[in-house]
Design a protein around this ligand. Structure first.
Ligand code: SF4
Ligand code: SF4
Ligand code: SF4
Length: 347
């Protein structure tokens, strides 16, 4: 939507409600574009709710995402060039994929978006971030690659890639004085991302206070609890009932679930429309929302070392308590004796 973008040249004061805002979404980090795909499944709100103006009291939104755009080629890149030159403002920069180190080799490049018309050379992803981040009203990292490096930043990878806070600095602030907002997940849980974007849009309209973030720059209300605290299988854990193989309804900690120590809300929230969520449906939690992912959670299919002590302790008392509960349950499955015909007095 370059015409609209051009008509809003110059910087908008961040202290005033913003009537219109662009979202410049770069998927050209090292990634799989899975976060954009995931976001299309969001319902709270959906991307259509945001773009079509169904949500009250937020600025009019112009979304520029390479997967979802009607425009392509130079037309698609036009708002990015305008923003980089200071001629499109305000905008939210969304980065998807990890940021490579373009200084760790003699030649070539790791990641790019578009071509420099004057030199004919690719414009690297790092160049885009360097140009756009200082002019962005807010910067949002989508998915674990963009937030903390993710799979591409595993030990031994040649790209030297990293998350946005490591690239820009953990203390970095946008022109609206907002820290980098990180919504991790591999991919990001759809509603977690859209809800965070919506929060920023309410901030832009002057209707929300500064977004609360934890030390890893995650929204606190989304990442304050562990998977375990919301898991459908929590009752089995508490009773010391652990699965030895997949396909069981029991707790899967012995199969490699890291849920007790991982901050993620999919146990509660599910994945799409409230349905799913890794351990709820039998998939071990591999800690994909955590800055230590993936290296600190590998090998994935082994029982987490820290859970050996807790699961053994739980088995000791959990099974005894479970047996006692069976007695109580059996009693509760019988009606009180005075309801039986034989026990009623003759009249
Ligand atoms: Fe893909 Fe996961 Fe990286 Fe997102 S975080 S780009 S889903 S690998
Ligand atoms: Fe906790 Fe994982 Fe067991 Fe769920 S499956 S109760 S998250 S250990
Ligand atoms: Fe990632 Fe674990 Fe959350 Fe699943 S439950 S999304 S593996 S952190």
């Amino acid at each position: 939507m370059p015409d609209t973008a051009q008509s809003r040249e110059g910087n908008t004061p961040v202290s005033q409600p913003i009537p219109e805002i662009d979202i410049l979404w770069i998927t050209a980090g090292l990634g799989c574009d899975g976060d954009t795909i995931a976001m299309t499944a969001a319902t709270q709100p959906s991307i259509e709710d945001i773009v079509l103006g169904a949500m009250p009291w937020i600025p009019k939104v112009h979304l520029h995402n390479p997967f979802l755009a009607m425009a392509n080629g130079d037309d698609f890149l036009k708002p990015f060039h305008l923003a980089a030159a200071g001629n499109l403002s305000p905008f939210i920069l969304v980065v998807e994929g990890s940021i490579p180190n373009e200084n760790n080799k003699q030649e070539g490049y790791w990641a790019s978006l578009g071509t420099n018309q004057e030199t004919g050379q690719p414009i690297t992803t790092c160049e885009w971030i360097d140009r756009l981040a200082p002019r962005a009203w807010a910067v949002l990292a989508a998915g674990t690659c963009a937030t903390y490096g993710g799979i591409h930043a595993m030990e031994g990878n040649p790209t030297g890639c990293m998350g946005l806070p490591d690239y820009l600095g953990w203390q970095w602030k946008s022109m609206a004085n907002i820290p980098i907002v990180c919504v991790p997940g591999c991919p990001v849980q759809p509603d977690n991302f859209m809800e965070t974007l919506l929060y920023l849009l309410y901030m832009a309209s002057g209707r929300a206070p500064m977004i609360p973030l934890d030390e890893a720059l995650r929204p606190t209300w989304l990442f304050g609890a562990t998977v375990h605290e919301g898991c459908d299988r929590g009752g089995y854990y508490e009773q010391g009932e652990f699965a030895d193989e997949y396909g069981s309804k029991l707790c899967i900690v012995k199969l490699g679930c890291w849920g007790p120590v991982v901050q993620c809300n999919v146990g509660k929230r599910g994945w799409m429309g409230g349905i799913g969520g890794c351990p709820n449906i039998g998939g071990i939690c591999i800690g994909c929302t955590m800055p230590g992912f993936p290296d600190k959670f590998m090998p994935f299919m082994d029982q987490p070392p820290g859970s050996l002590l807790s699961s053994n302790a739980v088995m000791t008392y959990g099974r005894a308590i479970h047996a006692l509960r069976r007695f109580t349950q059996a009693s509760l499955n019988k009606e009180p004796s005075w309801r039986r015909k034989a026990s009623k007095p003759d009249v």
